[in-house]
Design a protein around this ligand. Sequence first.
Ligand SMILES: [Fe+2]
Length: 356
Amino acid sequence: MDAGDKANDKVAALDKQIARYHLRGQWQSARDPLRPQRIQRDNQNRVLMEPSTSGVPHCWKWNDISEFMRLALEHLDQSFTARRALIMTNPGLQRGTTHTLAAAYQVVAPGEIAWAHRHSINALRIGIEGSADVFTVVDGVAVPMEPYDVVLTPGWRWHEHHNKTDKPACWLDCLDVPFTLALNQSFYEDLGDATQERVADEDVLSEMMLRPVGSTDPASKAIRYPWKKTWEGLQRVAREGVSPHDGAALDLVDPITRGSVLPTINVSAHLLPPGYRGKPVRRSASSISFVIQGEGTTVVDDAEISWQRHDTLVIPNWTWQRIINRSSSEPAVLFTLSDAPILHKFGLFRQQTAPD
Ligand SMILES: [Fe+2]
């Protein structure tokens, strides 16, 4: 046994001894197999660490989803569950679509009410199949969910969903479930009745920036972002210029704070002109994209993910990505939902670009 082995034995004995006192030497961290970092050394032998990716890139196909929603309508009784939602679980994670966000396709049967409740988890929806007669009531205000409208239910707001049409309605949900659970801050309450008392006329609903009537809460803000206005804005942005990484892009913003629509989730809309080939970029935020129209490919590290209308794809944190519109004649349009606001609040957001 040489001097090095003896020293190692002594350190191992010390590790064991202090563990009985619920202590752990920081010197153990470098060999911790659960440590979620990639560790490298540069040519001067300096240690460089960066986060490992949480989860893997993946795409959920609308063709599969629409069939499973049909079966969920057929097999699940309303009395059994008020929410027929297909949660997209990242193949590389125990739960969540990313390590902070969970997205789901949800379907509501004709005439059905998905009953009122509230939770500390923040949520938003992107309408897919709906009309003015498909609506979410948020704190007593009925908010229509037409295709591609974004409707918010910020944390602890009462909400319920109605489908007053004769066809199934569906939308994409996105919630900060994994983030809130990681902080152990999940609170939930049923209203007790299926529906809330209304506090506003439906004509309030055409306004983009809704504030529940009578509310003086500074956090009260826009609840609905109608697709018509988002689309007009996107076309305006596209005329002014196209980013080398994200196509023509705009963020939906809170009209009061001018920040992200929810404290934990940013929503951006993207228009990729025909033949658009984005340059590589990687971000410390994770994101989920929903395709409104067109078809394309997103190259994530070495994986190529093809997508088309109403598919949803997930881009994990800190992965190189570049986005391509495969059509030479039609634009592609997407919404992207990202956890970047969480990172910005703590000074953790990073972005890196590469020439090609
Ligand atoms: Fe909810």
